[in-house]
Design a protein around this ligand. Structure first.
Ligand SMILES: [Zn+2]
Length: 370
């Protein structure tokens, strides 16, 4: 019953629509797009003797009158909240392998040499090339922005565990045509500090994105609040002007005007209450939680090299440098500076005659982490 005709009519899917499709498929159910933004979901039975459940959901509130049996699928509705909670609860450690990569690229030595910048006179010799599995952890976070309204966004970020760096080409890494549940080659794993080390890096990256999203929303909120406060201020000053006018007329007729004073005070109180409520509702809060995690094992080549200056003789010593060839994007990854451990393609001569990144080589007191 799974079909795809709607995705052409409907254009790009919303993250929620994509999530529901993926969730239903991953949990062994099926989905059928009845019309754009209206689905029949067959959810697998929770207990072995229960029947699978079919629910009709609509992502567009305007479709509900035509499908009165449908539940509205939006963040915060019981159905979607239950599915999201279920997805997290049942999120196992999913492991996938990248297959079909070329692990014997032609001219690898030259490609590494071209990527690297060495001081004059230095040459780079490739000493070893090893294909290894490089684990990358892809995290999906759900960010909830709560103010006078509630909005959610799904944010994804992937971290390469070997270098502890963010993977910039997440879409290519997640290309389903290249992912398999079993490896095509039995390879050893590269050195890495483990999955737990990637989580704080992923969170840090997501926080930066989140800060930008929150700032945009905050600016909109401040603008909206200013407009609403102005409208409320105008409304109450118009009302008070009217009461004051009635008061003047009553006084000119020699009547008691005490009730107008009371009404004016009540209007001031009401305005203060409404203004305070509005300010309260315009506070933005952001909640972040981890929705899902997939570990992707990708074969890459670990290239061991030795950089030295032959003119200075064998006693001058060589600097061992490791490089990684990523066959998915056909690129050399930056190496790690022997002194500060930051990524670099450029190596300069230190005062001690060794090699380090330009910042370390230029610094007066080199950090001697050996
Ligand atoms: Zn350095």
């Amino acid at each position: 019953m799974s079909s795809s005709h709607g995705s052409i009519i409907g254009g790009a899917l919303s993250p929620l629509e994509q999530f529901l499709r993926d969730y239903v498929e991953a949990s062994g159910g099926m989905w059928d797009e009845v019309e754009p933004q209206v689905y029949d979901l067959m959810l697998p039975a929770r207990d072995s003797d229960a029947e699978p459940k079919v629910v009709r959901v609509a992502f567009d509130p305007e479709a509900i009158p035509e499908h009165p049996e449908a539940q509205l699928a939006s963040y915060g509705t019981p159905l979607v909240d239950r599915l999201l909670a279920d997805a997290v609860e049942h999120a196992r450690r999913v492991i996938l392998y990248v297959v079909g990569l070329n692990l014997a690229p032609s001219g690898l030595e030259d490609r590494v040499r071209r990527a690297v910048s060495l001081p004059p006179g230095f040459t780079l010799e490739v000493e070893s090339v090893r294909p290894l599995f490089f684990p990358q952890a892809a995290f999906w976070f759900e960010a909830t922005f709560v103010s006078d309204q509630k909005e959610q966004e799904i944010l994804s970020v992937a971290i390469d565990l070997h270098h502890g760096r963010q993977v910039r080409h997440l879409d290519r890494l997640l290309d389903r045509g290249r992912l398999a549940e079993t490896p095509s080659l039995p390879l050893a794993e590269t050195r890495h500090p483990g999955l737990a080390s990637a989580y704080p890096i992923a969170r840090d990256r997501v926080f930066r994105t989140l800060a930008a999203l929150a700032n945009t929303r905050q600016r909109e909120l401040v603008d909206r609040l200013a407009r609403q406060l102005e409208r409320i201020g105008r409304y109450y000053s118009d009302l008070r002007a009217e009461v004051e006018e009635q008061d003047r007329r009553a006084q000119s007729r020699g009547e008691d005007s005490a009730r107008f004073k009371g009404r004016l005070e009540a209007l001031y109180r009401e305005e203060r209450v409404r203004t305070a409520e509005l300010r309260q509702k315009s506070q933005l809060s952001v909640h972040l939680r981890l929705l899902n995690l997939v570990e992707i094992y990708q074969p890459k080549l670990l290239v061991g090299t030795s950089a030295s200056n032959p003119a200075r003789g064998p006693s001058s010593g060589a600097t061992e440098l490791e490089w990684v060839w990523d066959p998915l994007v056909e690129n050399v990854e930056a190496t790690v500076c022997p002194q500060c451990h930051h990524p670099t393609f450029e190596l300069s001569l230190t005062r001690q005659g060794g090699l380090a990144c330009p910042a370390c080589a230029a610094s007066r007191a080199p950090t001697t982490r050996r």
